[in-house]
Design a protein around this ligand. Structure first.
Ligand SMILES: [Ca+2]
Length: 430
């Protein structure tokens, strides 16, 4: 299973998902059809197994639910909690439809950060920081994570608590646990949702969120909610939906557990010389800052001390685009969301709120491949034996690794960022 705060979004913030909107009509007849055609077969299979072997997904919904409820009881969920949750534990075809239709789309770092950070969110974020200065001071004292870092996630995930989704979480996670796309992941989420209710943090009615089951102002998965949520306003409940203090402190607590290092930077924009050994620009490669300085890397603003703090050079748009040193704290961003564009944007947003100037670079001036070209590139790389994952037109980690390798073989600057020249040469089979 993939890791991460949101393992099922490559490049998805809930705000994108949120904009899909649409009717939430429930279409039970679709389920009835499915059960009608496959239910008997599934039941027979269970009988053949000679026991109540777990029907882990699909088949007859009522049978599946009864099986899940047994498991929940055996794992410490009370009958009373199950009874309270029962009216919401239904199948919702709309959830499946949205889950299948989830648009994962490709944007460059400058496009995405320009849209998600500059302007409205930056102004709002600065204001929120100021309004809650005492709260953020207390949070940093306890967990070591500075306010700007948390506010950036708050803004990206839910517009500072403004858009948290409108669907009953129990129904969403029940549906996705029953559906056979990622049943194990959502079976866990459903179990955690019930435990959150049992603990008194939420009620089945108050648990509202987007179709994929994330919860609250920082869009925690239910498992993360159950494990990392803290009560920071002191009312005795961990309420990540209605209490900003709880939600923000819980995010800091989660990041602390992911390994956030108190007092250290997370990301810093730099200028790089054009004769840099480009293959060293790789999240898997770290050098002390002194080595980067020796190679001619300079701070874009402020200073870049020549010391031993380890750093990776990140070029989200290749060697002609913006450049950042990513410090050990940056790995926490990648745990939150594996997408390099999302992680870099969230970290960059944090630096802006902490006073860094706007990133340099013009998206239109940097040669980038479009969606169709990226797909074509992935197809060519795949034919050449590279594992690029899904042919999806998205420049993900696997595609970057393949691009870097093929750049090296062709004697091109190995910055892991594909451009028209690379595609041209690969088309020609050279
Ligand atoms: Ca509370």
């Amino acid at each position: 299973m993939e890791r991460g705060h949101r393992p099922y979004f490559l490049l998805g913030t809930s705000s994108m998902v949120r904009r899909f909107g649409g009717a939430r009509a429930r279409k039970k007849e679709a389920l009835a059809m499915k059960v009608g055609r496959f239910g008997v077969v599934a039941a027979a299979a269970i009988l053949f197994a000679g026991e109540a072997a777990a029907q882990q997904c699909g088949g007859n919904f009522d049978r599946w639910l009864a099986n899940f409820q047994q498991e929940a009881l055996s794992k410490g969920v009370s009958r009373a909690t199950l009874d309270a949750a029962a009216p919401f534990m239904e199948f919702d075809q709309e959830v499946v439809r949205r889950d299948r239709g989830q648009k994962v789309f490709s944007q460059t770092f400058l496009e995405f950060s320009g849209r998600m950070v500059e302007g409205y969110r930056l102004g709002q974020g600065a204001q929120r920081l100021k309004q809650n200065a005492a709260l953020f001071q207390r949070i940093e004292q306890q967990f070591g994570v500075p306010g700007p870092v948390i506010v950036a996630f708050w803004g990206l995930e839910t517009d500072f608590g403004g858009f948290m989704g409108k669907m009953p979480t129990l129904r969403s996670v029940t549906t996705l646990a029953f559906d056979c796309r990622r049943p194990e992941l959502f079976r866990e989420q459903l179990l955690a949702s019930l435990k959150i209710i049992q603990r008194g943090d939420q009620s089945p009615e108050s648990m509202i969120g987007p179709f994929a089951g994330e919860l609250g102002q920082l869009q925690f998965l239910p498992t993360h909610y159950f494990e990392y949520a803290v009560d920071f306003d002191g009312d005795g409940r961990r309420d990540l939906i209605r209490s900003s203090a709880d939600a923000l402190a819980s995010a800091a607590h989660y990041m602390q557990k992911l390994g956030w290092r108190r007092g250290e930077p997370w990301l810093q924009e730099v200028r790089v010389p054009q004769n840099l050994p480009w293959d060293q620009a790789d999240l898997e490669i770290q050098h002390p800052r002194s080595q980067w300085v020796a190679w001619g890397v300079r701070a874009a603003s402020g200073s870049l001390p020549s010391d031993n703090l380890p750093a990776s050079l990140v070029l989200p748009m290749g060697r002609h685009g913006p450049a950042f040193l990513a410090y050990p704290n940056f790995k926490v961003y990648l745990e939150w969301n594996q997408s390099l564009v999302y992680a870099t944007t969230a970290a960059y947003f944090g630096t802006r709120l902490a006073g860094a100037p706007r990133v340099s670079g013009d998206a239109k001036a940097i040669p980038s491949l479009g969606y169709n070209e990226l797909r074509e590139l992935q197809q060519i790389l795949s034919r050449r034996g590279y594992n690029v994952g899904k042919i999806d037109g998205i420049l993900g980690a696997q595609t970057r690794v393949a691009v870097k390798d093929v750049q090296k073989k062709l004697g091109l600057a190995a910055d892991s960022y594909p451009d028209a020249e690379l595609l041209e040469r690969l088309r020609g089979g050279r």
